[in-house]
Design a protein around this ligand. Structure first.
Ligand code: CA
Length: 238
């Protein structure tokens, strides 16, 4: 099972909101949370344990224009994909939404498969971008900077190229075990003469860096034939 990616739905139309929550949950790739106003969305985003990989944002909210709210989120430094749900298909509205920092828009009424395809496409782009930040246990992982940040303890852990690549690939696997040979090929390349012993050495060093107690691994787990990442292990209870 892949780890469902958390999506925040900001929409004041209760019927549409609950349909979206339900459909996203059924799809299995996403875990939806909901807010009926910009204020409620703001409160959820401000929660220290909050993690949203993308936001679906209605333009017409009771307490704000979704485009202004989007611009505000960008000013606060939030980088996740934001997809505007627009009732107005007037070109100017769409342009203003994109100017406000939205990644994409979809006009109501929309077909759910199309919305899901847009969300997936934006997540794919984001995951490969410089701005990507993933939550792994107590850490925020920035693959482009090869950096793990642990906000609770105000510390940073620097990773080597290979360590960063291993972590990124395991994260992408969404909690599924990855066989050693696949990890080797992905990180070192298909033509490399590197053996699984080298991989094991890197895994050992990575655990020394990231596991609170390396003798009792909770994040980077050994599975039959390979490894897997438990990205939610070690998170403080919410
Ligand atoms: Ca609305």
């Amino acid at each position: 099972m892949a780890t469902p990616r958390p999506i925040l739905i900001v929409e004041d139309d209760a019927a549409l909101r609950s349909t979206l929550v339900e459909q996203l949950a059924m799809d299995g790739d996403f875990a939806a949370d909901e807010a009926e106003s910009a204020g409620e969305a703001e409160a959820k985003l401000a929660n220290a344990n909050a993690r949203y990989d993308a936001i679906l944002l209605d333009i017409g909210l009771p307490d704000a224009d979704g485009r202004d709210f989007c611009a505000k989120l960008r000013r606060e430094g939030r980088q996740m994909p934001i997809i505007m749900l627009t009732g107005a298909d007037a070109e100017a509205d769409v342009v203003r939404g994109l100017d406000a920092g939205a990644n994409d828009y979809i006009a109501k009424p929309f077909r759910l498969p199309e919305l899901l395809a847009r969300v997936r496409a934006q997540l794919r782009v984001f995951d490969n971008s410089e701005d990507a930040v993933f939550t792994i246990g107590p850490y925020l992982f920035r693959p482009s900077a090869k950096l793990l940040m642990e906000p609770a303890r105000n510390r940073k852990i620097r990773l080597t190229d290979k360590e960063g690549a291993i972590l990124k690939f395991l994260y992408r696997a969404g909690g599924k075990p990855v066989p050693r040979q696949i990890l080797l090929n992905e990180v070192w390349g298909y033509n490399s003469a590197v053996t699984t012993h080298t991989l094991e050495t890197h895994i050992y060093r990575l655990r020394q860096k990231i596991e609170p107690d390396p003798s009792q691994t909770r994040l980077l787990l050994t599975e039959a034939g390979g490894y897997k990442l438990d990205p939610v292990a070690g998170n403080p209870p919410t």
